[in-house]
Design a protein around this ligand. Structure first.
Ligand SMILES: NC(=O)c1ccc[n+]([C@@H]2O[C@H](COP(=O)([O-])OP(=O)(O)OC[C@H]3O[C@@H](n4cnc5c(N)ncnc54)[C@H](OP(=O)(O)O)[C@@H]3O)[C@@H](O)[C@H]2O)c1
Length: 216
């Protein structure tokens, strides 16, 4: 399993949460940002939190240095972010955690995405990359709470078999998490939609829900 993980948009809650868990699991983690100083500051914060050295800087460095690259930017900024980094990402595993959400007074909905899902769109923007959709429904607040296991399944969708296997293994490094093969990248829309459901449930029940698949 590749040891160096680069996180694009790593200064937000989801990027930091994943970074904390992977640093604790012994991975080298590089947090990227549009602003290299912000990336370095977030990395210093995580080094202190985890007790493991986390590095940080520009998104381009996260994409260039990462053996596996994880994308944790909002959907709105995803297309241009990935497009600008395609030369750095090359044919690496690019993990999309992105959920295209639309906030309205009646609740949270999926945004209409022309290409089917955020993950499919990322694959079309970076055709050489081995895009894997995963981690969309792991709550950032559970991830950063290093004193507790996370208690959730991660459904992993990709058209690249070896990449799926690696990301399932990576998911399993987070205590309490099980990675499950979710089939081709075309299935990513189902997982992204389920995340919208979970966020609605969180609001309704004042909770932080995760999912567990029974029967597997
Ligand atoms: N929060 C959760 O619990 C959670 C759970 C599962 C999945 N996700 C998914 O993970 C992604 C990140 O979530 P988050 O809550 O961490 O989001 P966030 O805080 O809004 O964004 C993460 C980082 O992305 C960068 N960013 C913001 N707008 C951008 C733009 N227009 N273009 C490029 N970069 C931009 C920012 O970093 P810099 O300003 O430093 O560049 C920001 O710190 C989302 O797609 C979300 O759907 C979130």
């Amino acid at each position: 399993l590749a040891n160096l993980i680069g996180i694009i948009g790593g200064t937000g809650p989801e990027g930091k949460g994943l970074a904390a868990r992977f640093a604790r699991a012994g991975h080298d983690v590089f947090l990227g940002s549009r602003d290299a100083e912000r990336g370095a500051a977030a990395a210093a914060e995580l080094s202190a939190l985890t007790g493991n050295k986390v590095r940080g800087g520009a998104n381009a460095d996260a994409a260039r240095l990462g053996q596996v690259v994880i994308l944790t930017v909002p959907y709105e900024g995803m297309r241009t972010t990935v497009r600008d980094l395609t030369d750095d990402i090359r044919d690496k595993i690019l993990v999309s955690t992105v959920v295209p959400l639309e906030f309205s007074r009646s609740g949270i909905r999926m945004r209409h995405v022309e290409d089917g899902s955020a993950a499919m769109e990322a694959q079309l923007v970076a055709p050489q990359a081995r895009v894997v959709a995963a981690f969309q429904n792991l709550s950032a607040s559970h991830l950063i709470d290093l004193d507790h296991a996370v208690d959730g399944d991660v459904i992993v969708c990709s058209d690249h078999f070896e990449a799926t296997r690696e990301v399932i293994e990576l998911a399993g490094k987070i205590p309490g998490v099980r990675g499950i093969n979710g089939g081709p990248l075309a299935n990513a829309v189902l997982v992204e939609s389920m995340t919208a459901l979970l966020i609605n449930l969180n609001r309704l029940h004042k909770a932080e829900t995760q999912i567990r698949i029974a029967g597997l």
